[in-house]
Write a protein that binds this ligand. Structure first.
Ligand SMILES: [Zn+2]
Length: 246
């Protein structure tokens, strides 16, 4: 009964029903990176009824995080992001099973733990982590939703578990580290909320069986000129990940 009331606005949707809500409650997501995009996506995932969320980030909260990482407050500066995030998110929805992963995510740790998840949400802020995560997802056939925001540009892409590709590396291998790093590139705060919310929305669609039109596509937002663009990602025949036989 409480669930009926809590999710009543979902149930009013023609496309939603108890089965979808239950399906969402049974899914496990690994969210890597609790910066601006990750800390915008996580509350919507938890409040919407996701069953299990594992938060991965080895960073601590700094003062310069606060304008855009709204899970954290002044009193949290210096604490581990995953610990503070887990506490705040648990208050938001006690029914969600939350885990935290405060060590640096490595190829080895991904190889050991990735199997338990239904979807990986990449909200990291550097290309090395993104490529490592995508490589592990590709080889373990895990769906990967990738979201990023820097400067006045945001992007989101989705790669279902498929050996056929394209994969994230098909286009990201041509990018430089600077494409993703707001540490030296800057970012306007609300942009991370737009992209993080969009990532949560796409994740909920994928996990509840509503699907995603974003498979194999890159959706870009130019905040300066208020323009959206969706591009089909071409499979790169020389991709270092999906063109190499395992
Ligand atoms: Zn590829």
């Amino acid at each position: 009964m409480t669930e009926q009331l809590r999710y009543s606005r979902h149930f009013l949707l023609a496309q939603w029903n108890e089965d979808r809500q239950q399906q969402l409650a049974e899914q496990k997501v690994l969210l890597v990176g609790l910066g601006g995009v990750g800390s915008a996506a996580a509350p919507y995932l938890v409040s919407s009824g996701l069953g299990h969320l594992t938060l991965a980030d080895f960073d601590q909260i700094s003062l310069s995080n606060l304008p855009r990482q709204l899970l954290y407050q002044d009193a949290d500066v210096g604490q581990q992001k995953v610990q503070v995030a887990q506490q705040k998110l648990q208050l938001l929805n006690p029914a969600c099973s939350l885990q935290s992963w405060s060590e640096q995510v490595t190829a080895d740790s991904l190889n050991k733990r990735l199997a338990e998840f239904d979807l990986v949400l990449d909200c990291t802020d550097n290309l090395d982590s993104r490529q490592q995560l995508q490589r592990a997802c590709y080889h373990q056939q895990k769906p990967l939703l990738s979201a990023a925001a820097v400067r006045l540009e945001g992007q989101i892409s989705y790669f279902p578990a498929s050996a056929a590709g394209p994969c994230y590396c098909c286009y990201s291998s041509a990018l430089s580290q600077q494409e993703f790093n707001c540490l030296d590139q800057g970012v306007l705060s609300p942009l991370v909320g737009v992209i993080g919310s969009l990532a949560a929305l796409e994740a909920i669609k994928i996990l509840s069986g509503l699907g995603s039109e974003l498979a194999g596509k890159l959706w870009c937002f130019d905040a300066l000129f208020s323009q959206w663009q969706q591009l089909q990602i071409a499979k790169n025949p020389h991709c270092p990940v999906c063109s190499v036989a395992v």
